[in-house]
Unconditional design. Structure first.
Length: 271
């Protein structure tokens, strides 16, 4: 039996993610422009990105005015309730700009620092992934009803399909390419989807055996990390650490540890 508060937070996250996803899907203008830049000219912020975060924070604040926020597009409120919402209103901004389908809305609720509910909506797939702490991971999509998620059965590392992402800073991206080059001969193959939240959900749903990336922020992985763990995947960062900006890894139990060791050996966390 899951905590009623966790379920309440999940329901609110689902409502917000659904409405933000619809705004982004249906409101994308043909002449979509760049409103600002982030770490480099490649990493763009769109008007729609900012609008989606405002929709989410406004909706949640109306129902839970004492909660805190941490959002990619600037939402930062301490709150007094012990609940903090960690929001990526549009994960996969470059995909969205180019009209590619792999982008998502990611919303997680933390209670006293622990993630207890998470939702990742992927509108162009027609799929939504969700989890509450201790309640398993679930998805809705083209199939009927909710489907419980489970990561793939353990495969040898050489048969593992692993996804990754690349930083927007050129020097960091070059190092990440070197790491990927070393990994490729040791795996079935590597994919690059463009949305960390979607990659984590694809590990949860058995579409990937593993995923790793350097340079993620809390809003990139908060919801997806919970969903992956509730589906039976292992997640972490460098050995003995939680997923962090230095390194985030998710994988089936048999893939996670050997992948983590290789990434440590290859120095995946630094230039």
């Amino acid at each position: 039996m899951t905590d009623p508060l966790h379920q309440q937070l999940l329901a609110l996250a689902q409502e917000a993610a659904h409405k933000a996803g619809a705004l982004l899907r249906d409101g994308r203008p043909a002449d979509l422009a760049v409103a600002a830049t982030k770490s480099s000219p490649i990493d763009v912020v769109t008007e729609m990105d900012i609008a989606a975060e405002k929709l989410i924070t406004d909706l949640i604040s109306e129902q839970r005015p004492d909660d805190g926020f941490l959002g990619e597009e600037g939402a930062s409120v301490e709150g007094t309730s012990g609940v903090r919402w960690v929001i990526d209103p549009l994960d996969g901004t470059v995909n969205y700009l180019y009209g590619l389908p792999t982008w998502s809305v990611s919303i997680a609720a933390e209670l006293h620092g622990e993630t207890v509910a998470g939702v990742v909506a992927v509108p162009m797939r027609g799929e939504t992934f969700h989890a509450v702490l201790g309640g398993g991971a679930w998805a809705t999509g083209a199939w009927e009803g909710e489907r419980r998620l489970a990561c793939r059965p353990t495969a040898p590392l050489e048969q593992a399909l692993v996804s990754t992402g690349f930083n927007y800073v050129t020097e960091v991206r070059a190092h990440q390419a070197d790491v990927a080059q070393k990994l490729i001969p040791l795996l079935r193959d590597i994919r690059r989807g463009g949305s960390a939240a979607v990659d984590l959900c694809d590990v949860a749903s058995g579409r990937l055996d593993g995923y790793y990336e350097r340079g993620l922020n809390p809003w990139d992985l908060a919801a997806g990390d919970l969903i992956a763990r509730e589906a039976g995947a292992l997640t972490g960062g460098r050995p003995g650490e939680r997923p962090a900006r230095d390194l985030a890894i998710a994988g089936t139990p048999g893939v996670f540890e050997p992948l983590q060791r290789l990434l440590e050996d290859f120095g995946a966390w630094h230039d």
